[in-house]
Design a protein around this ligand. Sequence first.
Ligand SMILES: Cc1cc2nc3c(=O)[nH]c(=O)nc-3n(C[C@H](O)[C@H](O)[C@H](O)COP(=O)(O)OP(=O)(O)OC[C@H]3O[C@@H](n4cnc5c(N)ncnc54)[C@H](O)[C@@H]3O)c2cc1C
Ligand code: SF4
Length: 327
Amino acid sequence: MHLDPFELHRPTSLEATVRLARELSGKFDYLAGGTDLLPNYKMHINLKPHVIALTGVPELQGHTLTRLGAMERLVALEDDPGFLAAYPGVAEALREIATPLVRASGTVGGNLLLETRCFFFNQSYFWRESLGFCLKADGDKCHVVPQKERCYATFSGDLAPALLVLGAEVELAGPSGLRRIPLGDLYDAGGDGIHRLTLAPGELLVAVHLPPEAAGVSARYRKLRVRPSFDFPELGVAVAGRFAGDRVSTLRVAVGGVETHPRPFDELTEPLVGSVLSDDRIRALGEAIERAVRPVHNTFLLPDYRRRMVGVYVRRALSDVRGGSAG
Ligand SMILES: Cc1cc2nc3c(=O)[nH]c(=O)nc-3n(C[C@H](O)[C@H](O)[C@H](O)COP(=O)(O)OP(=O)(O)OC[C@H]3O[C@@H](n4cnc5c(N)ncnc54)[C@H](O)[C@@H]3O)c2cc1C
Ligand code: SF4
């Protein structure tokens, strides 16, 4: 596998980046750590003639407890004991992303904007060609759910669910200026594995903002993968909650690695505010989320198994967050 030539641009300010993005409209990709984009380029997947490297853009760098620059390396968060202690769920998600080597290059922004994945997509050009390609690259049909309209590729980033349940927001920059939206709204719940983001053309992620009250909240991230040493999630469950005595003050659950976007379940957790999070309620919530998720057969493990494990992982994570056992 080799990289085809492309023109590399290295802007040194946010303003210059946005200007360049306007000029190269539709003909470029942003490059952060490159651990997702460049392997895809090597497999000749959706190549662009221009690449805009974000390494030299100062506005995207660094982190504090409440602001994570899009270009901050995952390892920098992992090496910050104060950050890990403040956000235990994010700490668990971080440690389970790929390998230390990948985390040394991979960034916060790249992880949140990871290309969706599918067994029929993350393959070499010749492999994909032998099947006549697919909707997501070079073809016009889907091999997972045979039809020609919708792609079911899975969102497989680990950070998004863990940040989403903490109420994170994202700061975006584009031709129309800066804007800030809830992290969950970055993903298009009504889209598919191809049209998966709500970013405007040329828009880029500048930073993630965490609300001050997110630090110290009881949180967990539980991930199922085939090889615990470095695989993408077959599912990832994030839970965060606050309790007044044994009653729920806030509770959020989000599931990644199963559908085309990380999916929050606020409609199921909000009615529990004020209630005791009993074993029965944990069981019922796990079952409701298990019934709601829609995995398809595009990863290693069978969809029915993944769906059932979502229920198990939700129950376990809720019980950890509450501080008891509900199996
Ligand atoms: C062997 C291996 C195992 C992996 N396992 C996991 C895993 O278990 N969990 C997991 O979550 N990931 C995994 N990954 C994927 C990837 O390495 C990480 O998600 C990483 O955090 C991606 O960050 P990056 O900076 O390298 O992204 P890049 O590859 O640079 O970019 C990824 C995408 O985001 C876009 N992008 C990046 N930054 C911005 C920005 N600021 N604004 C707009 N668009 C942007 C790029 O254009 C590209 O489309 C794995 C990768 C490898 C190679
Ligand atoms: S879900 Fe279908 S269209 Fe999407 S990447 Fe897989 S095979 Fe291609």
